[in-house]
Each structure stands twice: as structure tokens, then as C-alpha cells.
Design a protein around this ligand. Structure first.
Ligand code: ADP
Ligand code: MG
Length: 205
């Protein structure tokens, strides 16, 4: 997995988030403050600018630049949370990047966000899409499947994980203020996490 693939990942993620901005805002309107799509759209536009201004020489540098930019430029909770995933991945990733190396770095990224947000599986957050994706990647590595198929399985697991947040009651973030009224809506951060995984599977295909 080369630097260009990681650059293409963020370009496709920015495109997909823009395409889904209103849907993400609507999901956030139901259980939050209606800004998740706008936050991420703005953040990813800044990420593309930053990657343009200081070209990354390795996959790890792409991730570190993306993470730092999201932390600096996104006002909502999701900026620092996604930022921590990508910055940790940037720290963990060794070149050349294999699917196994990527899976390990991704897992460490998920651990970083769980720590920062004090969120676990079932709390109705982005973790509910990220952790199943990480598990799918680990299984793909164990089973010796290729990059394309492994990333595809991770993307599917993330989408399923996001859908599985619908019946959950939020225990973290703004949505938790709603208590039982948070039940019945997909978590916006889990939905955007699925978009990130989908973007990666698309550019790797
Ligand atoms: P804000 O809540 O500040 O408006 P966003 O709307 O951009 O920020 O992001 C909301 C998303 O962030 C939620 O849908 C959830 O997935 C995620 N989130 C919020 N708090 C946490 C947390 N403590 N741990 C993990 N994810 C969280
Ligand atoms: Mg919000």
C-alpha cells in the first residue's frame, strides 16, 4: 500500500463526505446539533489543502498531516477523535505498508480514540463502526486474503456496525444527553466512519 493510495483515500473520503454532508447533518440533527457533516466536510477540505501544501513522503506522513489538520480545524468532538485515530496510525505505520501492518496501525488508532473518548463498543459512537472494521481487518490478515478483499470486508463491517447503532442508547457525547430518546437513530459519527472505510475500499479496488 503506497503513499498515493493514502492520498487517494483522503481525496475520496472528502468527496464521499461532501456527497453525504446533508445526510450526516440530518443524523446529527436527530440526536445532536446538526453539524457533523459540515464539520467533517470542512475538516477534510483543510486536509486536502494541507496535503497539497506540504506533500507527504510516506503513508505515515499522509496520516499524521490528516490527523493534525482535523484536530486543529474541526470544532466539534469528531475532529479531535478522528484526528487521534489518524495521528496514532501515522505513528504506528511502518513502510512498506502491508495489509497486516495497516491492520495493526488501524487497531492502535481505534484504541487511541477509545481512550480519548472513553467510549467502548455499544456506546453508540464512531467506535461502533471502527472497532468491527478493525476486527474484520484482523480476520482478513489471519485468513491471508489480499488487500482489496480485506479492505472491502472492513468497509462492510463498518457499515453493519453503523446500522447496529440505531437501536442503541447513546452513552457518550452530545447524544447521551437525550437518554432513551437517542434510541432509533443511526449515530452520525458511526455513519461517517463507515464512509472513511468505504472510501479506502474504493480507492484500493
Ligand atoms: P459534536 O458532538 O461536538 O457536535 P460532531 O457532531 O462532529 O461533534 O460529532 C459527533 C460524533 O462524534 C458522534 O456521532 C459520535 O460518533 C462521536 N463522538 C462523540 N463523543 C464521543 C466519544 N466520547 N467517544 C467516541 N466518539 C464520540
Ligand atoms: Mg454535532
Amino acid at each position: 500500500m503506497e503513499t498515493d493510495l493514502f492520498l487517494a483515500w483522503f481525496e475520496e473520503a472528502a468527496r464521499l463526505v461532501r456527497e453525504n454532508r446533508d445526510r450526516l447533518n440530518r443524523l446529527d440533527a436527530a440526536i445532536g446539533d446538526a453539524d457533523h457533516g459540515t464539520n467533517l466536510d470542512r475538516g477534510l477540505t483543510e486536509v486536502l489543502k494541507a496535503l497539497d501544501d506540504s506533500p507527504a513522503g510516506s503513508p505515515a506522513e499522509v496520516l499524521t498531516t490528516a490527523g493534525t489538520t482535523l484536530i486543529r480545524r474541526v470544532g466539534g468532538a469528531s475532529g479531535p477523535l478522528y484526528g487521534s485515530v489518524f495521528r496514532q496510525m501515522g505513528k504506528s505505520l511502518e513502510t512498506p505498508v502491508t495489509l497486516a501492518g495497516f491492520a495493526t496501525a488501524f487497531e492502535e488508532g481505534v484504541v487511541a480514540v477509545e481512550r480519548l473518548g472513553k467510549a467502548a463498543l455499544g456506546d453508540k459512537t464512531m467506535v461502533d463502526a471502527l472497532a468491527p472494521a478493525s476486527r474484520a481487518l484482523a480476520l482478513a490478515v489471519r485468513d491471508g486474503v489480499g488487500v482489496r478483499k480485506g479492505l472491502d470486508q472492513a468497509a462492510r463491517a463498518a457499515v453493519e456496525g453503523a446500522k447496529a447503532t440505531i437501536p442503541m442508547q447513546a452513552r457518550k457525547g452530545r447524544a447521551s444527553y437525550l437518554g432513551e430518546r437517542s434510541i432509533g437513530h443511526e449515530d452520525p459519527g458511526a455513519a461517517s466512519a463507515a464512509l472513511f472505510l468505504e472510501a479506502l475500499a474504493t480507492v484500493a479496488a
